[in-house]
Ligand binder design. Structure first.
Ligand code: THU
Length: 120
């Protein structure tokens, strides 16, 4: 699957975002090494900090299906990923993160998005 196709999955998913507070719909799509695509959306909450980002939603859904770090090839997002999600990309060892930034489709490694990141 091309990065452009993966972003298209994220775009389609964004229509299901639950974002009544920010009205900012985000979609994500995780491409697994076995070829499966698992999507996610941002899910907001009246208690604002409890909201979940689209890419973390996608990765959490993948984990629920038994996926573990090292098994995710790429994650595409319809927005530039926040700092917390960048830490998640490290944890999952994804090869690349694909996202639209200022009209341009970028593909970055997690260490480019968050250098010298926290590890246990
Ligand atoms: N959001 C994401 O889903 N992913 C990000 O990486 C950036 C922010 C969501 C969270 C919130 O629901 C909305 O975008 C506005 O911040």
């Amino acid at each position: 699957m091309t990065d452009a196709e993966l972003v298209q999955h994220a775009r389609i998913a964004a229509a299901n975002a639950y974002a009544p507070y920010s009205k900012f719909h985000v979609g994500a799509a995780a491409l697994l090494r076995d070829g499966r695509v698992i999507t996610g959306v941002n899910v907001e909450n009246a208690s604002y900090p409890l909201g979940v980002c689209a890419e973390r939603c996608a990765l959490a859904r993948a984990v629920a299906e038994g996926v573990r770090p090292g098994e995710v090839e790429a994650v595409a997002i319809t927005a530039s990923p926040c700092g917390g999600c960048r830490q998640w990309f490290h944890e999952f060892g994804v090869d690349r993160v694909v996202f639209l930034h200022e009209g341009e489709l970028l593909a970055r490694r997690p260490d480019e998005l968050l250098p010298d990141s926290f590890v246990l």
